[in-house]
Design a protein around this ligand. Structure first.
Ligand SMILES: *Cc1c(COP(=O)(O)O)cnc(C)c1O
Length: 367
């Protein structure tokens, strides 16, 4: 079970989020083991997918990760304060005029278009030093990166101190999608114009497509945090548990209604529990009529609308002696992050990165 009531703060809490740093470390090993020939970087953008970059990143570094990716410059600045010695790539590069903030912390911009390349080169020339940079290629997703046409003007890229060339797969979670191989081929062709520079194509799902997708560096994020790389893949350790205590229990009569809009009506006398988490905590409104919480192996459906700070659940199938203060599981062995996401019509990524800051957090140490 989890570590409840370690201190006064955990005793006061209405819900606890348990993050297993040990599971994250084990997932790093599992993913790195799939690509033994490649360097395994770690993606810790969005506060390590909502789990706390300050806690998570040092564990990954201790496990052997030497290269990290964040999305924004400010995320890089925060990460640098935690990890002074690792290599940090900033996926979005820099806003105009922010080259100095990047370089002063030893952060490496991913340059996504020719103007960014020119700005970085101007900055390097002014400082008489070729600071490291990475290039991203657009191989079909049309999101970030240089096009094949952009690569025609070779002079633009001369004099760069390139650490990495990279691209990103649009459909890697669908192993049979022909777009994967199309993007891979384009990536090989574009990278060939920068011989000797390490290449990176795959995030979590891409790593599972096989060795021809690994190149010299892999960039897992989600897999480290226990999100399955494709439907049904159960190889990774679950990382997050979320447990909520019952705030109140009532019995409603047939015909009574529950929640905003009075959208749910009892058809028989029903015990209803109110739990203290809601959409402000990342329990989505879309769970109305679909989502559930669990008592051991028993599914307890969410009834009525999800409020900002609370949900109501039907206790019909639960033991009769449940009372206020007892604990129900929102995320855990009965319902993982992907399952909770499915009932809200979304993906595990959105669930994890939405989990709020109001839960009492417990970190299970890596070792
Ligand atoms: C977010 C991101 C990753 C990590 O993706 P996961 O699917 O979470 O592994 C890797 N590369 C890029 C460019 C990203 O934006």
């Amino acid at each position: 079970m989890h570590i409840f009531f370690q201190d006064a703060a955990s005793a006061r809490a209405g819900a606890w989020m348990t993050v297993s740093l040990r599971a994250i470390a084990e997932n790093y090993d599992l993913v790195a083991g799939l690509a033994p020939e490649a360097e395994c970087a770690a993606v810790v953008k969005a506060d390590a997918y909502g789990l706390g970059a300050e806690q998570v990143a040092p564990v990954l570094a201790a496990r052997g990760a030497k290269t990290f990716f964040v999305a924004h410059l400010d995320e890089g600045i925060a990460l640098r304060a935690v990890l002074p010695d690792v290599r940090i790539f900033v996926l979005h590069g820099f806003m105009p005029g922010c080259e100095g903030s990047m370089q002063a912390r030893g952060l490496i911009p991913v340059l996504n278009d020719p103007d960014q390349v020119r700005s970085w080169k101007r900055f390097c020339t002014k400082n008489e030093q070729a600071f490291p940079a990475a290039l991203q290629f657009d191989t079909g997703m049309s999101r970030f990166g240089l096009s094949s046409a952009d690569l025609q003007d070779r002079a633009v890229f001369e004099g760069l101190n390139l650490q990495l060339v990279m691209s990103h797969l649009a459909c890697a979670d669908e192993p049979d999608n022909p777009a994967n191989d199309v993007q891979r081929q384009r990536f090989v062709d574009m990278a060939a114009q920068f011989p000797g520079i390490p290449r990176s194509l795959s995030a979590s799902s891409g790593i599972f497509l096989g060795p021809e997708y690994h190149f010299e560096l892999i960039r897992p994020g989600a897999a480290l945090y226990g999100i399955a790389p494709s439907e049904g893949n159960r190889m990774l350790r679950p990382v997050v548990c979320l447990d909520a205590r019952i705030v109140q229990i009532r019995t409603v009569e047939a015909g009574d209604r529950v929640g905003y809009g009075l959208s749910w009506a009892a058809t028989k006398p029903t015990r209803v529990a109110t739990l203290g988490l809601g959409y402000a905590d990342g329990f989505f409104r879309a769970q109305e009529g679909r989502g559930a919480v669990w008592h051991d192996r028993t599914r307890l459906p969410v009834i009525g609308r999800v409020s900002m700070d609370s949900i109501s659940v039907d206790l019909t199938e639960a033991p009769a002696d449940l009372e206020a203060g007892d604990v129900l599981s929102v995320l855990g062995s009965a319902q993982d992050v992907d399952a909770l996401a499915r009932s809200a019509g979304t993906i595990g990524y959105e669930v994890l990165t939405s989990l709020g800051s109001r839960f009492h957090r417990v970190y299970v140490p890596a070792a």
